[in-house]
Write a protein that binds this ligand. Structure first.
Ligand SMILES: *Cc1c(COP(=O)(O)O)cnc(C)c1O
Length: 388
């Protein structure tokens, strides 16, 4: 059976060109970038080349890019790094209730050391009102962190407006752009952000590497102390092969940027439309238009998300659900709850995130098998029967 992978928000397949670019840095070019002999300098050159590529993709300067171990570390460095660097100025941070756990848990940790966090609510589509940001700013506010696009429901936040508000108030703005960089155009000056998180494995690069953009002049305390790597912002010998892989994935993303978002948006809309026609009692989660070109998130009443995932898996289809049952908790998604979905609807969510290798035939297959799965599961549900 052919596998149909529709979970690109969780991770993407590493592009073969990326793997090819990485290999020499495990083998002949294994040098330490801090070594001054030629094999070290060769590795350093490769790291700097990757840095330039990442910077160019987002309209930054290469010295503003700090390589990290991924999106999670980039978020942690932004939140804690800015918080501790500005302790004398204030202790107030503004964020939203639909951020990735990397941001929310970093905030929770900061609360234990005296920082005050405002978690802004959103509308039913997951959209933040920039006016709410404005109203939340106080004289003690040192940082605003709002994700560029949400990984579960795909809603794209009005960062340009929020950026203008943050600028005017003289407050730092961080964005988790893990779901947008390499997928839709992202420019740090247009968005008016001071810090921006990137993860390689969400854009066809390797896992365990990412970057934080830090605007020149932004004060930041490092989380990892040691050597002088990354201009003292992140100590430790660079993961050269992974960084080279990130650089290559960014280069490939730039080549795809012209037509891929449009192609995916077309497939996305086909899938949304097809599901709506073939399955009743189904609702789209997230914003109808301001959403990532590859994101489809629906709630299908009276059918548990996990059951649908497992049944789809038997058909060779990889999808995802908002309720993280697989990962030990039975809690429904904090994002869907924040959008005001009742817990029973949040438990019925199903997310398809499309990617480069998907074609219309993949969607046809989903539309062929999912209605049968839903009918079967509903037939077993006492709630469904009593609702008839
Ligand atoms: C995947 C993801 C992260 C975490 O990135 P890792 O590289 O897996 O640590 C952070 N934020 C968002 C929005 C993500 O989708």
């Amino acid at each position: 059976m052919r596998r149909i992978y529709l979970d690109h928000a969780a991770t993407t397949p590493t592009h073969p060109e990326v793997v090819k670019a990485m290999v020499p840095y495990f083998t002949e070019a294994f040098g330490n970038p801090s070594s001054i002999y030629s094999c070290g300098q060769e590795a350093k050159g490769a790291v700097e080349e990757a840095r330039t590529k990442v910077a160019e993709l987002i309209g930054a300067r290469s010295e503003e890019i700090v390589f990290t171990s991924g999106g999670t570390e980039a978020d942690n460095l932004a939140l804690k790094g800015v918080a501790y660097a500005n302790e004398c100025k204030g202790n107030h941070i503004i964020t939203t209730s639909i951020e990735h756990h990397a941001v929310l848990e970093a905030c929770k940790f900061l609360e234990t050391s005296g920082f005050k966090i405002t978690y802004l609510p959103l509308d039913k589509y997951g959209l933040l009102d920039p006016d709410d940001v404005k109203k939340a700013i106080t004289a003690r506010t040192i940082l605003i962190s709002v994700m560029h696009a949400n990984n579960e429901v795909g809603t794209i936040e009005p960062l340009e407006e929020i950026g203008a508000i943050a600028r005017e108030a003289g407050v730092c703005l961080h964005t988790d752009a893990v779901q947008t960089v390499g997928h839709i155009p992202v420019n740090v000056d247009k968005l008016r952000v001071d810090l921006l998180s990137i993860s390689a494995h969400k854009l066809y690069g390797p896992k365990g590497v990412g970057a934080l953009y830090v605007r020149k002049g932004t004060k930041l305390v490092p989380l990892v102390h040691g050597g002088e790597q990354e201009k003292r912002r992140r100590a430790g010998t660079e993961n050269v092969p992974a960084i080279v892989g990130l650089g290559k994935s960014v280069e490939l993303a730039r080549q795809e940027m012209g037509r891929e978002p449009e192609r995916l948006a077309y497939l996305r809309d086909r899938l949304i439309e097809g599901l709506g026609k073939k399955i009743d009692h189904i609702h789209l989660n997230g914003h109808p238009t301001r959403r990532l070109p590859n994101n489809v998130n629906v709630s299908i009443d009276f059918v548990e998300g996990e059951s649908m995932i497992l049944n789809l898996d038997l058909e060779g289809i990889c999808a995802s659900t908002g309720s993280a049952c697989t990962s030990s908790s039975l809690e429904p998604s904090h994002v869907l709850l924040a959008l005001g979905l009742p817990p029973e609807q949040a438990h019925c969510s199903l997310r398809f995130t499309l990617g480069r290798e998907n074609t219309e035939a993949d969607l046809e297959r989903v539309l062929d098998v999912l209605p049968g799965i839903v009918a079967k599961l509903r037939a077993m549900s006492p709630l469904w029967r009593t609702s008839r």
